[in-house]
Design a protein around this ligand. Structure first.
Ligand code: HEM
Length: 464
């Protein structure tokens, strides 16, 4: 039963709640249908537990920005939480451990050059590997999925482990495969059932594969951590692992920093920073190939601003309003994380409804990124969504692909830098062409924890 003055929603069955009425493979269509019936704030039962779904920018801001702390928790009984043994950072609840780890991670990434030149150099180094791959494929048709995935993963590996890996390296392929497997299970129907029906958790069902896959990853990171411990010089950190080990020595024994948490925080960063950035890049190039006039306009702006310069730097974005608009529009359309799960930290109210402490909250970010009435062209790929009448770049409040409030994406700065430098450098050098024999592009993405474009082919030519 819904508590008093709780957001409305469809009638629910005992034990199962609403799960039989939902497409557990892809919730997005159902969430939109229910929004039309019940409004921007409604509730659904996953098993016996009520979840409040938040849609649209108005309710999203009230929850995530105005009542920030009240909505900043994370549920502690989800599959992803159990798979990371409650030691990860992304799924940790609002509290001192999360706060200390968030502050530490942000500071460490900044010190490693986030927003500064050295991080730009690391990204440019990795771009050279993308260029080599593309150079080898001039005139041929390639599938860019693995290339962008490896590039994004290597940038994170440099930050976290201080090294990049060859694309066929066993360490990185095992981690990437395991993380992909966990992600796939965690966003599929078995995770929904695990999260909804606690009594099935001990049964030998397919969600157990997620635990095995995570164990493979954590064993590998532990191996790397042990190597780091042997070779590190205290006070002279080479990467995130070293910084964390320094921090553990500085802080009291009862602090929230521990080797176990380091392992899962490292995996979290790798996971959070790989699929997200690579899927956004894949979406951007899919649309740019099929909108050649937009691609050409980007290239004209890039050529003009970078004339006489060896390479782009992140500050060049201020001179590139059109490119900025295209990147932001790609992120809007990519809808990379369509849903984020939070939990209330105290009894609160939203849109006039009462929501008790500990209620699961589903933040439908997708509903904001294509909300009618908020965008000039909510349902089409059009950079004009981010340009005013003078052709200047403007970022509406409704642009929330990184979420908002205290749990806003920790890697926003890094992701924005990667997207800008990678897209500008590649568009300057290459022309991206949709192969003549590829048929009509299929823009319908594959739903998951991160939205992925369907695999597609790409042709490249040199421009200069
Ligand atoms: C285009 C790329 C990216 C997008 C669209 C994206 C989006 C998001 C979103 C929507 C959230 C959930 C926020 C919430 O629950 O309210 C999130 C959280 C997070 N992201 Fe990203 N992200 C991207 C790249 C990255 C990168 C490169 C990193 C690496 C450092 C990263 C690290 C994280 C972490 C650690 C969290 C959890 C924050 C917390 O719970 O306090 N993300 N991201």
């Amino acid at each position: 039963r819904r508590p008093k003055n709780f957001p409305p929603g469809p009638p629910a069955l005992p034990i199962l709640g609403n799960i039989l009425q939902l497409n557990l493979q892809n919730l997005m269509g159902d969430l939109e249908r229910l929004r039309r019936s019940y409004g921007n704030v409604y509730s659904l039962f996953f098993g016996p537990r009520p979840n409040v779904v938040i849609n649209g920018v108005k309710a999203m801001k009230e929850a995530m920005v105005i009542k920030a702390v009240e909505f900043a928790g994370r549920p502690q009984d989800l599959l992803v939480h159990d798979v990371t043994q409650s030691k990860g950072f992304i799924f940790s609840d609002y509290g001192s451990s999360w706060r200390e780890h968030r502050r530490f991670s942000l500071m460490t990434m900044r010190n490693f050059g986030l927003g500064k030149k050295s991080m730009e150099e690391r990204i440019h180094d990795e771009i050279q590997y993308i260029i080599t791959t593309l150079d080898k494929n001039i005139g041929k048709t390639l599938t860019p999925q693995v290339m962008f995935h490896n590039a994004a993963s290597n940038i994170m590996c440099q930050v976290v482990f201080g090294t990049r890996y060859e694309y066929d390296d066993e360490f990185i392929t095992t981690i990437v495969q395991s993380v992909t497997e966990v992600t796939k299970i965690a966003s599929g129907p078995w995770a929904m059932l695990y999260n909804s029906l606690p009594f099935i958790r001990k049964l030998p069902l397919p969600f157990n594969k997620a635990f095995k896959a995570m164990k493979r990853s954590s064993d590998l990171v532990l191996r790397l951590l042990n190597e780091h411990k042997k070779t590190r010089v205290p006070g002279e950190p080479r990467d995130f692992l070293d910084c964390y080990l320094d921090e553990m020595e500085k802080t009291a024994e009862d602090s929230s920093f521990s080797e176990d948490k380091l392992i899962f925080t490292a995996i979290d960063l790798l996971f959070a920073g790989t699929d997200t950035t690579s899927n956004t890049l894949l979406t951007a190039f899919l649309y740019l190939m099929n909108h050649p006039h937009i691609q050409e306009r980007c290239q004209q702006e890039i050529d003009r601003v970078l004339e006489g310069k060896d390479q782009a730097c992140f500050d060049d974005r201020h001179q590139m309003p059109y490119m900025q608009a295209v990147i932001h529009e790609s992120q809007r359309i990519a809808n990379t994380i369509p849903l984020s799960v939070h939990c209330t930290t105290k009894d609160t109210e939203l849109a006039g409804y009462s929501i008790p402490k500990g209620t699961r909250i589903m933040q439908n970010l997708s509903s904001v990124l294509n909300e009618e009435g908020q965008w000039k062209y909510p349902h089409e790929f059009n950079p004009e969504n981010f340009l005013n009448d003078q052709g200047e770049f403007v970022k509406p409040d409704t642009f929330m692909p990184f979420s908002a409030g205290p749990r806003i994406c920790l890697g926003e700065g890094l992701a924005r830098m990667e997207l800008f430098l990678i897209m500008v450098t590649l568009l300057r050098k290459f022309k991206f062409i949709w192969p003549e024999d590829a048929g009509e592009p299929d823009y319908t993405p594959i739903f998951g924890l991160t939205t992925t474009p369907r695999p597609y082919p790409m042709k490249v030519q040199h421009r200069l």
